[in-house]
Ligand binder design. Structure first.
Ligand code: NAD
Length: 476
């Protein structure tokens, strides 16, 4: 790899931002105000574990407060560092603007390998980290609302919410201090799979536009398309599973931390996930070829490549060998700015991270609203909706009797039509609408402007425009 030329994650985000603002007409100084990260807080704290004090380093970065609260996940990984957290916080600003979630951008991280500690130890580490952030309002329902990211899940979010509540016993909105919580701790139906579901909805909308399919040198629908997924964690697993089960895509490769599996006939995503949970990796999985050289499988022949693990995996070293004609960035920053240039010239279409993985923050937004309104979505209207549908069904029954064999209701129609929307249906509907609206805003810029040749630049243009409008309206 050419280490001198490959930009860091943070530099990549800035380079992509700069490419877009060069095409805009922003007032002097505003461009820099939007680009820079407002503040990054570093904390070092000790936790007594296994008979000695262990010191942990954590970060919470606030990129832009043009809207509050600011929002962004908390990542647990040994490689977490300030550069990475700031890049991720910047992406959150652009992502929230693009999908019209009314938040500024933030991100957090803790240098820890969750696999090294047992559950009880992780709880103590997480509560201590949450305490450090909450006492500085870096966790707060109206100022800063974290969510899960790599290495964290519902479990950590429940601990964080409880820690905040203990510190703020009279705050009636305490549960809105973090999203991605379990249902029984103030979470929302459909949040766990939201990011993967969003990837699916993004691809579905892409495949509704023949012009876009042609731009990627493809034809047809998602049915039968060969997909390679990197990272079968929360995002990669759900995206792969839904695309396989509901859209007929064929997952031919799965890349994990200990190598990759491939099978041209298709892999059973659910079975691979179960294997990983039981054995800690993909090694030994039957019914597929295995290679320890996981990243080599990124270069296998396929239609759609879904990097859903780490940043920088498609870089100047391997970009030229990537064979997929469509890449959807389920992870944040999987394609470096250098690789982006190479792939664009090759005609590969990239659905950018700030859009592709926005399903998580979209459903987090719904969860936050649910927590503030203290009522589950659908609770007021569902039965009333069903009663009104019943009226129509009763009339159709009369018609059915009257027309005899000439007309009859389709077998499942009555049952499906009668069912009012519960929280899960409403969340899916809101997510689908958000992903479609944002995709259409991006593709319009992509196709309408001669100086925009890719979806990423289009995404930046749409989102920076919205952030700039906020700053103009609110003042700095
Ligand atoms: P996760 O921890 O649930 O899963 C990550 C997976 O990647 C794990 O299965 C891990 O074993 C695997 N992995 C680790 N190193 C790897 C390597 N070198 N090669 C291949 N696989 C490797 O994390 P996640 O929540 O699914 O997040 C994945 C990506 O999606 C991250 O970039 C994250 O920022 C982004 N993202 C997540 C969410 C969310 O809601 N969880 C939302 C938006 C974006």
């Amino acid at each position: 790899m050419n280490a001198t030329k490959e930009p860091t994650f943070r530099e990549s985000v800035d380079l992509m931002f700069n490419r877009a603002v060069a095409l805009m007409d922003l007032p002097p100084g505003l461009e820099e105000k939007i680009r820079v990260c407002n503040a990054t807080y570093t904390v070092r704290f000790g936790v007594r574990l296994r008979g000695q004090i262990h010191t942990f380093v954590g970060y919470r970065s606030v990129h832009s407060e043009h809207m509050e609260p600011v929002k962004g996940g908390i990542r647990y990984a040994l490689a977490v560092n300030q550069d990475e957290v700031e890049a991720l916080a910047a992406l959150m600003t652009y992502k929230c603007a693009l999908v019209e979630a009314p938040f500024g951008g933030s991100k957090g991280g803790l240098c820890v390998d969750p696999r090294e500690w047992d559950e009880h130890e992780m709880e103590r580490i997480t509560r201590r980290f949450a305490y450090e952030l909450a006492k500085r309002d870096l966790i707060h329902p109206s100022q800063n609302v974290p969510a899960p990211d790599m290495g964290t899940s519902e479990r950590e979010m429940a601990w964080i919410a409880d820690q905040y509540r203990r510190m703020n016993t009279t705050d009636i909105n305490a549960r809105a201090c973090v999203t991605g919580k379990p249902l029984n701790a103030g979470g929302i139906a459909g949040r766990v799979e939201a990011t993967g579901r969003g990837v699916q909805y993004a691809l579905r909308d892409f495949f509704r536009h023949p012009e876009d399919i042609a731009a990627a040198g493809m034809e047809g629908t998602l049915d039968g398309k060969r997909v390679i997924v990197q990272g079968l964690g929360n995002v990669g697993f759900h995206a792969g599973k839904f695309l396989q089960e509901e859209d007929g895509a064929r997952v031919t490769g799965i890349i994990e931390h200990d190598g990759a599996l491939y099978n041209d006939e298709g892999l059973d995503v659910e079975a691979v996930r179960a294997w990983i949970i039981k054995h800690g990796g993909v090694t030994g999985f039957p019914d597929a070829a295995h290679t320890a050289e996981g990243n080599a499988v990124l270069e296998h022949d396929c239609d759609i490549l879904i990097p859903a693990a780490l940043e920088g995996v498609i870089n100047m070293d391997n970009a030229n060998r990537i064979k997929a004609s469509l890449i959807i960035e389920a992870a944040n920053g999987p394609v470096t700015a250098g690789a982006d240039d190479i792939l664009r010239k090759k005609g590969v279409v990239i659905i950018p991270d700030m859009y592709a993985n926005a399903g998580g923050v979209t459903v987090s937004y719904f969860e936050w609203v649910k927590n503030l309104s203290h009522i589950r979505f659908g609770r007021m209207g569902r039965r009333q909706e069903e009663a009104r549908h019943q009226l129509l069904i009763d009339e159709l029954h009369k018609l059915d009797d009257h027309l005899g064999d000439a007309w009859t209701m389709s077998p499942d129609f009555k049952e499906e039509y009668l069912r009012g929307a519960g929280e899960l249906e409403l969340v899916r509907s809101g997510l689908d609408d958000t992903m479609r609206t944002a995709y259409r805003a991006m593709r319009e810029v992509w196709h309408a402007r001669d100086d925009v040749s890719d979806l990423r630049t289009a995404a930046y243009l749409v989102s920076i425009d919205k952030v700039a409008a906020s700053y103009r309206a609110l003042g700095l």
